[in-house]
Write a protein that binds this ligand. Structure first.
Ligand code: AMP
Ligand code: ZN
Ligand code: ZN
Length: 346
């Protein structure tokens, strides 16, 4: 088949976006991509000039692309700092962290690394065998995600950041929406969005997602076209058991067969939430119920926040397993169902 021309110039197209369809050369794809992110920031009023932005960077493609764009377009108008979390996964996290640190050093961006081990007294390498032993404690990614969000919120408050930026993309959002439908998890459904959470409370720093309307495949292409180094050798070895991977595969199949499906689900989710707008009164009520966690002082409705509850349960489990022989968990690098599925070949 003849390679199509770029929609904007006479060059050969380097990428075709089937949902348009749009054909772009590398330069015009980059412009299209950048403009869409800037539009997302304006449309959802993600941040204003003068606000301090803390970017959570894992070393993967999404967070490095978001950092690249925030630095490219907003470093004059906003103070930017980076947070890197080391969950303690030997042989995986240290490599990704190096990529994240190198980027910050190269761009002269202030960064901080926070360790699960120092913060909670456990690493993911210790947690995962315990979860395998007792699956009732929770899923691997849910556990790790809760602990990560706890660190993000605490650190964002510590450095007085106005917003916390993550690299969540369109695919992540649509997967979460469909998962919430399948799990009948309504309360979680209304908390998703380009600005996560429904309530404004001084105890929570707003988490925002500039890549909310950007498909994952295009992020991979963007990295290739713009030489954005990131860690992509493998996904977290503990994410193999995540149900999310099944949803990712199902939605990727749909998108390939019916281009535009992901955008369509995102728009449906938006319309649904608009019609369900939580009233100002309900938000106030919820805000009033919040108090401080007795252990870590993060906002919660209970005595202990979700993270501290998990750590308490985990430590109990650890004590129990000391008496029995702990299960050995082999790290599996699942190439079929995780991020490598969408690998883009330049
Ligand atoms: P994930 O849940 O792994 O898809 O990550 C979603 C987003 O959370 C990433 O794009 C980052 O912004 C942030 N994130 C995940 N892991 C880390 C980490 N170890 N350190 C800092 N930020 C992270
Ligand atoms: Zn062009
Ligand atoms: Zn707590």
């Amino acid at each position: 088949m003849k390679t199509p021309k770029c929609d904007k110039c006479s060059k050969k197209a380097s990428i075709t976006l089937e949902y348009g369809p749009h054909h772009y050369c590398e330069v015009h794809f980059t412009k299209f991509f950048d403009n869409r992110v800037k539009k997302t920031i304006r449309k959802y009023n993600l941040f204003k000039p003068g606000e301090k932005l803390l970017v959570a960077v894992s070393g993967g493609k999404d967070s490095l692309v978001v950092l690249h764009l925030i630095h490219k377009y907003y470093s004059q108008s906003n103070e930017i700092e980076v947070l890197i979390i080391d969950e303690g996964v030997a042989g995986y996290r240290n490599k990704a962290i190096k990529v994240a640190k190198d980027k910050c050093l190269q761009k002269k961006i202030k960064y901080k690394v926070i360790y699960f081990e120092k913060e909670f007294g456990v690493t993911n390498d210790e947690i995962m065998p315990l979860l395998k032993q007792n699956p009732k404690l929770g899923g691997t990614c849910a556990f790790c995600g809760t602990m990560r969000r706890n660190i993000m919120n605490k650190y964002a408050k510590k450095v007085k950041a106005d917003k916390l930026i993550t690299g969540h993309n369109l695919d992540d959002e649509v997967q979460s929406f469909v998962m919430n439908v399948f799990n009948n998890d309504f309360s979680r459904l209304i908390r998703t969005g380009a600005r996560a959470g429904i309530i404004e409370h001084t105890g929570f720093v707003k988490r925002i997602k500039p890549l909310y309307e950007t498909p994952e495949k295009e992020i991979i292409a963007y990295c290739a076209f713009n030489d954005i180094e990131h860690y992509s050798q493998e996904c977290c070895p503990y994410s193999w058991s995540a149900k999310r991977n099944e949803f990712r595969e199902m939605l990727n199949n749909f998108e390939n067969r019916f281009p535009g499906t992901l955008f369509s689900v995102l728009r449906f989710n938006e319309k649904l939430k608009d019609n369900l707008k939580v009233s100002a009164n309900q938000k106030k009520e919820f805000s009033k119920r919040l108090k401080e966690c007795s252990k870590c002082s993060e906002p919660t409705e209970k005595t202990f926040c979700n993270t501290c509850e998990l750590i308490i349960k985990l430590k109990d489990e650890k004590k129990k397993t000391k008496k029995t022989k702990p299960k050995v968990v082999t790290k599996k690098y699942n190439k079929k169902l995780t991020c490598a599925t969408t690998k883009y070949n330049k």
